[in-house]
Design a protein around this ligand. Sequence first.
Ligand SMILES: [Zn+2]
Length: 395
Amino acid sequence: MKTNIIIPRDYGLFVKGDYGRRFFVSPTRHAIGKLMLESSAQIRERVSRKARRETTSPVRLRKLLYDGIKKREGTDNLVKVHTRNRINGVELYDRVYHAKLRAKSDEEIYYETQLSNPRINDNGGFGYRHSRCDCKDSYWGEVKSTEVFCSHLAAFEIALFEDERGNKSSNENLTGLTKSRLQRYPSMPFDLRKNYDLVTDMLFDFYVEGFTMAQINKKYLDDIELLSDALCNGLKDRKDTVQFGVLRQKEREIKPILAQDTQEYYGAIRQLENRLRGMLLEREFKFDGYGYEFKGHGSELVAKRYRNGFEVISIGVNPYTPPLIIRKHLGEKVSLGNSDEPFQGINIPYLSVDDNTRRKALTKVIIPGESDESQVFVPRVLKRRYAQWKVSVGV
Ligand SMILES: [Zn+2]
């Protein structure tokens, strides 16, 4: 049975492309892509630097990383197989690069990967034209209009970028392309060179500490040093061509054997959300993806967003909180690195930062059916939960 609770699969940046398509990029996936391209010697150097920073034994750290990779990927091919074999058969057809990328977990499997070159848009922002990988990670890219940059696409992008910037011959570089076949790469989404040590830390967070990509990206993405200048331009532009956001997993499901009142509760949430969605679509709001509300605070929620111009209505629910409506009027962009406020109460307007657009937002949290702005039928089982929840948070 569905609960309408959204589980984040990743947290990162959505880049608007042509024809309403969106490209999702995640620094952790790029860090893994970087690792896929490195030789054993380069990985040893990476680990040694971390050991020096943390005054600990490189041998111990290396073992932790290799064991972690083995556990998470099923094998440690990633650190054993030499670089040059990871990208094969790179070709350029009609401005789209094609390649075969070796799977991290199985050296016999190659994924077909396609990428058109990232570019600076006419408005100075960051953009992609086309990307494709036939791995499962990319395939599960949630909705048809979102293309997820998996670690293979990230590795391919990094290789094309580094070959264009470097001076190695086609025999020595990563893609095997000659300079004339390498189109000029204006930018990547993340500045991996400047953040060499941060990339190592992300890899340890993922493989050794076992954090999810969403947790790792949430931890590092407020550090604007990680973002390339072109991506920052996209984040700052008035059309919000680049936005932060949550890539969703499937909804949390519960077993139908659970108590009758739990079933009734989640059934009521679903009915309520359907009603609210209908009302919003009637008022010409459009679905605008998923995002965090109260990010980084105890009250954090993953919410469905609906947007009409500068009005955003988010509907968020988590295992401890019945569905809340978070209504925002978006204002000017704030400087990157600013973050959201914690939950401040019901029906009290306050100034916050919208996490997705990084705009100032006049924000109000509303309980459905309990204000003039939200006249909607709320089933009794939900009303009871709202009353309990209000007591528990003291509002
Ligand atoms: Zn892939």
